[in-house]
Design a protein around this ligand. Sequence first.
Ligand SMILES: *Cc1c(COP(=O)(O)O)cnc(C)c1O
Length: 476
Amino acid sequence: MTDPANLQGELEEALTLAAAAGTAYANGLRSDPVLAHGAEDVAGSWAGELPDDGDGALVALAEIIQRARPGATRSSGPRFFHFVTGGTTPAALAADWLTSALDQVAYSWASSPLASALEGLSIEWLRQLFELPEDHAGVLTTGATMANFAGLAAARNWWAEKQGVDVDEQGLAALPAPTVLTSGYVHPSAVQAVGMLGLGRSNVRRLERDGVGRLDLDALGQALEQLDGAPAIVIANAGEVNAGDFDPIASMADLAERHGAWLHVDGAFGLFARVAPSARQLTDGVERAHSVAADAHKWLNVPYDCGFAFVREPERLQSAFAVGAPYLAFGEDRPNPGFLGPENSRRARAFAVWATLRAYGRSGYSEMVERHLGLARHLASRVDDAPELERLAEVPLNIVCFRVRPPGTPEDELDDLNRRLGEALLRDGRVFAGTTLYYGKVAFRPAIVNWQTAESDVDMLIDVLLELARADRSVG
Ligand SMILES: *Cc1c(COP(=O)(O)O)cnc(C)c1O
């Protein structure tokens, strides 16, 4: 009875309901707590058996909508400083809704000329935004994990070719263990990508010179020297997640050039430093990379999930990913985005990317990133001014690493205190920021990438944390 074909009349009402609820949710992001008390109970209310007979779209939607307000994590709101999590600009959000309505399959020209052409243009606009060389081609992915995967798949193709093997056809069996060199700043997702490519996570060598993982540049030079011409893959990290610091990319590019290594840059959020005049020099050398990975759902502020990869020799992506079948053939000479990345059936993520770039342009992003860097400096000054807080790192970009340190508290109690306050902050729910380990110390590391974040949001983070710290002391 409830074959969807019998219930077509619901479509307009269902979409109207979704638009109204989505709009109310988005409007509430400024004022609602990041996580409401009782949100876990709401999550626990998903229960029951698969229904024999459905109740139609309106009932299903109502049950989602009823839980959204009390249950959803406002990770797209302005006071979510946890991880590095972007929001979604109005243009990107609306375009993303249309993406589902249009439901284009962004695999090939044959499946959708519209989406394929727009992905080509979106990638080209991103290339222009980040001022990468014209010979870079790219692809949209689900995020930086898969962008790292795509970039490193191209690297793997090159590395094997240097040894006379077509790895995409023949596999790894005939090849020696690879050499992958990076700093201690390497993101776990890049190591994961190395593993997924069969290159072996333990073959990633972190050449670090201190307790936070800064690159030992001399050690990198020596490691490349010792390879004696054997090919190596170097991963440079543009923006690490604890303090927003950068590897010395230009020096790594020099070494990669001198020794004929492949240079991959993970710039998940740090690539955006390139659009801010005050931070741009941190990314010097990115333009010399062979492959570059980044996220769009972080600092570009498009909805999850979306990332992108650029590769200097796109035929290496094709070698890894374009596996044809006779029934797919048509328009091979046209843009076929699915040939350049790991997914075949793909969401048309380009609508949101293009719309946000069309809406705000180069100057909009440049202003937004600069504003975020100013907010990070403001946050740092609030930390520096508070006797109970201690800043642990410089602030090169958009992350401030600090801990609570009430005067007179013994050092050996600080990790427990900060861990406790980290949990209390998430439980409190007004603002969200997580803890990390920095030089072995438990520390907060709020990151600012949301287009809506304002100075009052940053102030609230500090105010709530100080309030919780004082409460902890009066209880303890
Ligand atoms: C977030 C992040 C990633 C992983 O990106 P996903 O979008 O989670 O796939 C990789 N590298 C860095 C530096 C990151 O910050």
